[in-house]
Design a protein around this ligand. Structure first.
Ligand SMILES: NC(=O)c1ccc[n+]([C@@H]2O[C@H](COP(=O)([O-])OP(=O)(O)OC[C@H]3O[C@@H](n4cnc5c(N)ncnc54)[C@H](OP(=O)(O)O)[C@@H]3O)[C@@H](O)[C@H]2O)c1
Length: 235
């Protein structure tokens, strides 16, 4: 299919590996045009090489200049149907307790996981509203469960969940979802469990059908667990 102005456009942050790359591959295979980012440009370029309709913009979502570059890449494509805040910072590894969590590391977690998604949403809200589009923030069970060691990252995801909930209330013309993907066999998960064999965790592409249900706007705005969405897919 030759892309034209009617071809849907997505921006997926953190698209060089893990869940973001799996979703990007699925969207590209369905004919979407996709803008992706990641900090390591060599890894990003290698990951999306050969994927039709994918534009790679290397940078850090916490950097305002990079966010402006992402917005410009979307503007060049003429529309925005889907914005996925997937890029995320886990913080120190091994995970520290809150009693010892370095506050500067906490500031970095919040900059990447909370402030950057909101700032990027602010930049792109008009384009997303023009298509009655979909906003997905990638959450975690650590946002709602109190696991020792997960207080920094988990509280940032709780804040991100609340941003999504309020954005949904403020913009009923949009579909706004927070989604908990569940454990996945990825680099981030390995950093959370250093030295452990995590090969029993599901591959991130197994979560993509759950995200695609949200992309199709099958559900009302709100917080969803991928496991529940997948159960409905296979039931
Ligand atoms: N894996 C799990 O078990 C699990 C469980 C619950 C929730 N989640 C959530 O699922 C999402 C995806 O996680 P994942 O496990 O797929 O992670 P991953 O495999 O480690 O991939 C993370 C992606 O984000 C990029 N990234 C990280 N920090 C960035 C930044 N500051 N700016 C731009 N890009 C950045 C990474 O590339 P660079 O390093 O090159 O920047 C990479 O492309 C995250 O929101 C995570 O919190 C994961």
């Amino acid at each position: 299919m030759t892309p034209d102005s009617a071809t849907p456009v997505a921006l997926v942050t953190g698209g060089s590996q893990g869940l973001g790359l799996a979703l990007t591959r699925a969207l590209a295979a369905s004919g979407w045009r996709v803008v992706v980012d990641a900090r390591h440009s060599d890894v990003l370029d290698a990951a999306v090489r050969g994927l039709a309709g994918v534009t790679a913009v290397a940078g850090d979502v916490a950097d305002p200049g990079h966010r402006a570059e992402l917005a410009a890449a979307v503007a060049a494509l003429g529309r925005l149907d889907l914005l996925v805040h997937n890029a995320s910072s886990l913080g120190p590894s091994p995970l520290p307790t809150l009693a010892t969590h370095p506050v500067d590391e906490l500031e970095r977690i919040y900059a990447v996981n909370v402030l950057a998604p909101l700032a990027l949403t602010q930049l792109l809200l008009d384009e997303l509203r023009a298509t009655h589009g979909t906003l997905i923030t990638v959450s975690s069970d650590a946002a709602v469960e109190a696991y020792p060691g997960w207080g920094g990252y988990g509280s940032s995801k709780a804040a991100l969940d609340q941003l999504a909930a309020v954005l949904a209330a403020e913009h009923p013309d949009l579909h706004v979802y927070a989604v908990d993907p569940g454990d996945m066999n990825t680099a981030m998960h390995q950093r959370a469990f250093p030295g452990e064999d995590i090969s029993d965790r599901p591959d991130p592409q197994t979560v993509v059908p759950a995200l695609l249900r949200l992309v199709r706007q099958e559900l009302p705005s709100g917080r969803h667990r991928a496991a529940d969405l997948l159960t409905a897919v296979t039931a």
